[in-house]
Design a protein around this ligand. Sequence first.
Ligand code: C2E
Ligand code: CA
Ligand code: CA
Ligand code: CA
Length: 278
Amino acid sequence: SAKRAGKLWRLHTQEAGAAINLELDLLSELDEALRSGNIAVLYQPKLNLVTRRIDSVEALVRWNHPKRGLLPPDCFIPLFEERGRLDELTLAVLEQAMDDAKRWHSDGLHIAIAVNISAAVLTSENFETRALARIAHSGLPAEQVTFEVTESAHFEDTAEAIAMLERFRAAGIRISMDDYGTGQSALNYLKLLPLSELKIDRMFVAQVHTDRGDAMLVRSTVQLAHELGLKVVAEGIEEAACLDFLTEIGCDHAQGYFVGRPLAANDLAALAAATLPA
Ligand code: C2E
Ligand code: CA
Ligand code: CA
Ligand code: CA
């Protein structure tokens, strides 16, 4: 009926309105969240498949929102990216990760860190200057820092972004191609970007021990990467059999819930200490 349609329409517009309000709130609350320490960084361990030690981590951002609870990155990263506010957030994550890595190193835990870098910040000179300064200030070797750039980002028309990646690479920072295999032009990126590492998306990894097609794709990707002089990280390992397969085919690092969930800095240090020599 018309009455019902009207009611549905009001419901729909209320929902849309609520979503827009949430976005506006989050945009205006970022500065306060950064000041009050409500932007948190968790660390997911990466297992070195040769040494069988946790020697590196990926920094994953969370927002401890006072009213809305713990927000995952998918709730706010795309929004900040769209509005050109991702520099500040990314720098905050990098800063926190460098502080934690420095503390781990002084405790004898030599853990390398990886930070997710959206292509959107690779055009910001402010980001470049501050990121390099922050890494230099930490006193840690730049080789201990990896920038994960997602393949779904569009680099084709951005010579500028590629040039910035090259400068980061020249400074010693490792560049990893994240979500490898899910984008449109993987081979093109292998040619264009100054990579140190491929990170194979969990879509190909999770079932690799049972799915013959996935097994062939992952095995040949590892081979290709090694021939190009790149390291390989597999993400999304949820089972022991998956880890065994990856070890067998010579994959370099493994990440996923089976190795470890994203953890607070202290918990990560405790886990890594159990696998690293003091
Ligand atoms: P990503 O870079 O592909 O990160 C991996 C995501 O997969 C993380 O989700 C992680 O918690 C999840 N994951 C790890 N192991 C497993 C597993 O075994 N099974 C399954 N099903 N999932 C697993 P999270 O933390 O929600 O992050 C989602 C995405 O948000 C990240 O995907 C990354 O693209 C983005 N992101 C996170 N932190 C940052 C950041 O500081 N800056 C930027 N630009 N993006 C970020
Ligand atoms: Ca990543
Ligand atoms: Ca990924
Ligand atoms: Ca992903």
